[in-house]
Design a protein around this ligand. Structure first.
Ligand SMILES: NC(=O)c1ccc[n+]([C@@H]2O[C@H](COP(=O)([O-])OP(=O)(O)OC[C@H]3O[C@@H](n4cnc5c(N)ncnc54)[C@H](OP(=O)(O)O)[C@@H]3O)[C@@H](O)[C@H]2O)c1
Length: 252
């Protein structure tokens, strides 16, 4: 039986690139999205291109019953998960810390920490049966360096680091590894649409002179997910062109 991976928020963009990286390696792929049709379309693309089994799931954010039913379905298909990638995130955009509605603040925390924990726990229950598995959280370099008006998002991405270290410690005895990828800016559609705001970012804020392509994040996730990282747990890999180590923009 092929190894299998579940990636959340994988109908497009970064999440899809991560799912595709594993499909290329022959993994069976489970795509999570809040929209069933987009999840199924993404899965169909991977089936056609890589001749692997790929299934799209509709995911309900913050709903533990929905999480249990997805993992129940995986089991019914004869698949105990090998790799879980927690890519989906509530971005918590434009949250002014003085005025943000507390409900909106808590929604971000609930999704990025609570829901991810629900998913990680169900995955771990399956991985424990196999005696191995890998869980990869997508955090952010904003776990360490703040950006304006993203108070809950930054807090949640820092929280993910603590969550993943705790799980790495508690689940190491079952052969389950838990690690974090910390992207900086990624060339998403959002970034391309705001190009005028962001065009100086690659050259002036990053020592390597460029920000991440989807594939850069996918390759880092692949490392943690695969057996290449068999002795690595509780670790962080920053993929941001060096953005986080640079204090001031370069002024030419
Ligand atoms: N883009 C960047 O520059 C950047 C920088 C640092 C870290 N990151 C992190 O890298 C990961 C991927 O980034 P991205 O920019 O590609 O993310 P994204 O497209 O904004 O979000 C990833 C997926 O999360 C799901 N999602 C969005 N809002 C959600 C919500 N409120 N509740 C639940 N799910 C939601 C969406 O999937 P569905 O609509 O299909 O459900 C979306 O495709 C994220 O964890 C992000 O925090 C990104």
């Amino acid at each position: 039986m092929n190894k299998s991976v579940l990636v959340t928020g994988a109908a497009g963009g970064t999440g899809f690139a991560i799912a595709e990286r594993f499909a290329k390696e022959g993994y069976d792929v489970f795509i999570g999205s809040r929209e069933k049709q987009r999840a199924q379309e993404a899965a169909a693309k991977l089936r056609e291109k890589y001749s692997v089994s790929a299934v799209g799931y509709a995911m309900k954010t913050n709903d533990e019953e929905n999480v249990r039913s997805i993992f129940g379905d995986l089991r019914a298909r004869g698949s105990l998960l090998d790799v879980l990638v927690l890519n989906a995130a509530n971005l918590g955009l434009r949250q002014n810390a003085l005025t943000v509605d507390i409900k909106d603040f808590l929604d971000v925390i609930a999704t990025n920490l609570g829901w991810n924990f629900m998913l990680a726990r169900q995955a771990a229950l399956q991985m424990k049966e196999k005696g191995r598995g890998s869980i990869v959280f997508i955090s952010s370099n904003t776990a360490y360096r703040a950006i304006p008006d993203r108070v809950a998002y930054s807090a949640s991405k820092s929280g993910i680091l603590g969550l993943s270290r705790s799980l790495a410690l508690d689940w190491g005895r079952y052969g389950i590894r838990v690690n974090c990828v910390l992207p900086g800016m990624i060339k998403t559609e959002r970034w391309r649409h705001n190009y005028n705001d962001c065009q100086n970012a690659p050259s002036n804020f990053t020592p390597l002179g460029d920000i991440a392509e989807f594939e850069d994040i996918a390759n880092a996730v692949w490392y943690f997910g695969s057996e290449q990282a068999r002795n690595t747990t509780g670790a962080e890999l920053v993929v941001d062109g060096g953005n986080m180590i640079q204090l001031y923009p370069v002024i030419n």
